[in-house]
Design a binder for this molecule. Structure first.
Ligand code: GZL
Length: 333
């Protein structure tokens, strides 16, 4: 099967000022218009605790860097914690931020569930929590101030739509899932499966987690190749890092990724864009538009005391190999 690979979506806020600006905007709004005056006293730097998932992927590293550099630029005292992929470490970090009486907490939740107890403690301490990147399931929506991130269900649908068209609705798919229990893994899997449901000859023959890691993608793909051999037509990876690991396994097996096997992935990190730009794979990329204007607009609105959206989603855009090269210079990750 003539095979293409594609990558969808990128949260622009991992690229530019993006998420920190939006998060900051939300926090400024909260301290000005919603929160009791527990924000930073005038003239003192805002103190924010940021509980990050870890450093599992290039996307995550870029997200951390953008949060840190934006905080430095704005003179924010950012207390950063890398949970190394463990929810208990994130919960411990949030507790420590509460003990330090920070002005606000930013949480990029590793998984969807298990947050209510510690969020209740933050609420009791009257410290607002902004959820970024991944959504949570909670019994009480008032436990966090707002969510800023992407719509993973839409990404799964877009990947399915593109693939069905590209391969004429036929093919045997192996799926590399993200971290078990993480919102992007759950939603990208669910929406993609729904998206291909209308194509009986386009089916997922195997699916396993590679934990959003390049090494995970390589190991799982090696196992899939052993099990299914050359009957695999398509790889659907929940992020580019796992796709790039799978590409290593595919090449080691003497097959040509993008020529022998379609690779559909999400994030569109620089390495993925370079692969498209150099024609190694013809993969339309989806990139969120420049988030900066939206960030500053949001901050203006917030400072004016306007209400901020409970959920602020990034929009996705489509790039393909004809303009991927042009996208490279402005990409920060
Ligand atoms: C998505 C983000 C995911 C990325 C991965 O917003 O949570 O986690 O797709 C990252 O690269 O590890």
């Amino acid at each position: 099967m003539a095979l293409i690979s594609t990558s969808v979506r990128v949260p622009a806020w991992a690229r530019h000022l993006g998420s920190f600006g939006a998060v900051l905007g939300a926090l400024v709004f909260l301290s000005a218009a919603v929160l009791p005056a527990t924000g930073a006293p005038a003239g003192k730097p805002l103190r924010i605790g940021f509980a990050q998932t870890g450093a599992e992927s290039a996307w995550r590293t870029a997200n951390t860097e953008s949060m840190k550099s934006e905080a430095a630029r704005r003179g924010i005292d950012l207390k950063f914690s890398d949970a190394q992929g463990k929810q208990e470490n994130q919960i411990r970090a949030v507790r420590s931020f509460i003990a330090q009486r920070v002005d606000a907490i930013v949480l990029a939740p590793l998984v969807e569930t298990g947050w209510d107890p510690v969020l209740r403690e933050a609420k009791r301490a009257r410290i607002p929590v902004v959820i970024t990147d991944r959504t949570i399931q909670t019994s009480d929506e008032s436990l966090y101030a707002c969510f800023i991130g992407s719509d993973f269900l839409e990404e799964g649908r877009m990947a399915a739509r593109w693939l069905a068209k590209e391969v004429g609705g036929k093919g045997r798919i192996v799926e590399l899932q993200g971290t078990p229990g993480a919102a992007p893994a759950n939603d990208r899997r669910k929406a993609f499966a729904e998206g291909i449901a209308g194509f009986p000859e386009l089916k997922i023959i195997d699916s396993q987690s590679g934990d959003f890691r390049r090494s995970g993608g390589k190991e799982v793909m090696e196992a899939f190749l052993k099990k299914h051999g050359r009957t695999i037509d398509i790889v659907y990876a929940h992020n580019d890092d796992m796709a790039l690991g799978a590409i290593q396994a595919i090449e080691a097996a003497g097959l040509r990724p993008g020529t022998d096997i379609v690779i559909v992935a999400i994030d569109a990190i620089r390495e993925a864009i370079e692969a498209v730009a150099t024609g190694k794979m013809n993969r339309p990329l989806e990139l969120s538009p420049l988030f900066r204007p939206k960030v500053y607009d949001t901050i203006d609105r917030l400072l004016a005391g306007e209400k901020v959206e409970r959920k602020a989603y990034n929009q996705d855009e489509l790039f393909d190999r004809t303009n991927a090269a042009a996208a490279l210079p402005s990409r920060r990750y």
